[in-house]
Design a protein around this ligand. Structure first.
Ligand code: TRP
Length: 472
């Protein structure tokens, strides 16, 4: 059998997985979710979910991947539970859905970089025109998908790992530089306190569900991305500490991104942070509409440099994520259908690009796709455009997938088998506190809470029934 390849060492894996995790979710989505969720209360919920519910799911995914050395569908088969490979299939579908719209937004980020380099600060006011300009956004989406496919076609260590080793450190340096700069702006402290001082009256089911969805999306969980990356991990690497580093890097970068964005926003609003929570202010446009005018106010060459750096950072973060999203269906096609890697990559990338066309058109170019959710009668919790619809759909599917994966590991494959895999590379695991913590979270806490929230969020977002308010 031809070698599937693998990461060259533990650091290579951690950087690649952190690269998958750190993406638009951290820098584009996290701040506007915080804005919608009323600020710091959302941040607190998000952090608790990451460490208590998601961290165990991450360990489970990596362990299943490493145990079987296979893609999410093959992994369930190899463990002897063919019926459960539907969870892997759901994951692959989810990855395809996510990449189809994610690539479009990544293309916007890259397009903004190009505009910033030319000093086009007014692009923020022209956001609507930009995303409905099908030639431009289509072109940038092609460039982005092409770059993603190119990296993935070079294989695991020669492509995915190598890209992460260059892009991740660059990204960290850029973001720290930008935070340091943002802190010096007038009204920075007002932005920071909105971000960090919680107001618990803001918490409701949408905020709770939103925080969990954000945690799942941001950590790349629930669809087998980490089963796939786990399948390339060395047998004597410590899975628990790797997962801890990945979680910390992802949460750390989301947190730091907030420290950069909110001072920027506060600077622009003259310190009036109330506006951020008002409907219609935040949303997907927060970064694309607001930030260019921040860079304009900075002005001159410095404005151009800061603005270009920001959108380059966003593009880099997105690229290591699109790479992981493409790798999942590619690994599936390579393992299960014995297609060679190069062919699989270009075929799958092409199909996903085509599936992304409705999202491309939903920025105003096509009436139908721009108002898709209203036309088909999806509740107003979800924005009208097709891209937002697919994003919301993928979000709930990730919760379902995550729930089924931990349930499977804890009760079908059985926890002691999972433990045996985790203890490889982790001496003393059997007697550790980590094991007790995972016992409780993997077999009881995570599956139950994920199942409940999946149902609540699904009914609320897609059927328009708010079960929580019916009970209380
Ligand atoms: N985590 C990435 C982000 O925050 C997006 C992403 C990449 C993802 N791979 C994934 C989300 C797999 C869910 C599943 O931008």
């Amino acid at each position: 059998m031809a070698s599937r390849g693998g990461f060259s060492n533990k650091l290579g894996f951690i950087l690649a997985a952190a690269g998958s995790a750190v993406g638009l979710g951290n820098i584009w989505k996290f701040p506007f979710e915080v804005g919608n969720g009323g600020g710091a209360a959302f941040v607190l919920l998000y952090l608790s979910f990451c460490f208590i519910l998601c961290f165990p799911v991450m360990i489970t995914e990596i362990a299943i991947g490493r145990k079987t050395s296979l893609n999410p569908v093959g992994a369930f088969n190899a463990l002897g539970f063919k019926n459960w490979n539907i969870v892997g299939k759901l994951g692959i579908l989810c990855g395809v859905l996510i990449l189809s719209f994610y690539n479009v937004v990544a293309g916007w980020a890259f397009g903004y970089f190009v505009e910033m380099v030319q000093g086009h600060f007014d692009i923020g006011q022209k956001f609507g025109g930009f995303i409905s300009n099908i030639v431009k956004v289509g072109g940038y989406a092609v460039i982005f998908m092409f770059s993603t496919a190119f990296i993935v076609s070079k294989g695991v260590s020669g492509g995915i790992e190598k890209a992460a080793k260059i892009l991740m450190p660059t990204l960290i340096i850029m973001i720290l530089g930008l935070v340091a700069y943002a802190m010096t702006l007038p009204n920075a402290t007002k932005g920071i306190s909105f971000y960090l001082v919680p107001d618990f009256s803001e918490i409701n089911i949408n905020v709770i569900g939103g925080a969990l969805r954000q945690a799942f999306f941001s950590l790349s969980l629930g669809m087998g991305a980490l089963i796939t990356y786990g399948s390339y991990v060395g047998k004597d690497d410590n899975i628990v500490s790797s997962a801890a580093y990945i979680t910390l890097m992802d949460v750390g970068i989301a947190f730091i991104a907030g420290l950069m964005i909110f001072p920027f926003v506060a600077f622009n609003l003259g310190g009036d942070m109330q506006q951020v929570t008002e409907p219609g202010f935040g949303g997907p446009g927060l970064i694309f509409v607001t930030l260019p005018s921040v860079f304009e106010n900075i002005g001159g060459a410095l404005g151009i440099i800061i603005g270009s750096l920001f959108f380059l950072l966003l593009s880099f973060a997105a690229l290591t994520s699109t790479v992981s999203l493409l790798e999942v269906p590619v690994a599936y096609v390579v393992d299960e259908h014995k297609v060679n890697r190069n062919k699989a990559v270009w075929l799958v990338a092409g199909i996903i690009f085509i599936l992304g066309i409705p999202s491309l058109l939903s920025g105003g170019y096509s009436e139908f796709f721009s108002n898709f959710s209203r036309i088909i009668g999806v509740p107003e919790v979800i924005d009208g455009d097709f891209l937002s619809f697919v994003a919301a759909l993928a979000d709930v599917l990730l919760l379902l997938g995550g729930c089924l994966i931990v349930f499977f590991a804890g009760h079908v494959w059985k926890k002691h088998n999972l433990d045996a895999e985790i203890s490889q590379g982790f001496e003393g695991y059997e007697k550790s506190f980590v094991k007790k913590f995972l016992n409780f979270t993997i077999t009881i806490l995570s599956p139950i809470i994920l199942a409940i929230l999946f149902i609540l969020v699904f009914f609320n977002n897609f059927i328009g029934i708010d079960i929580m308010s019916m009970i209380s």
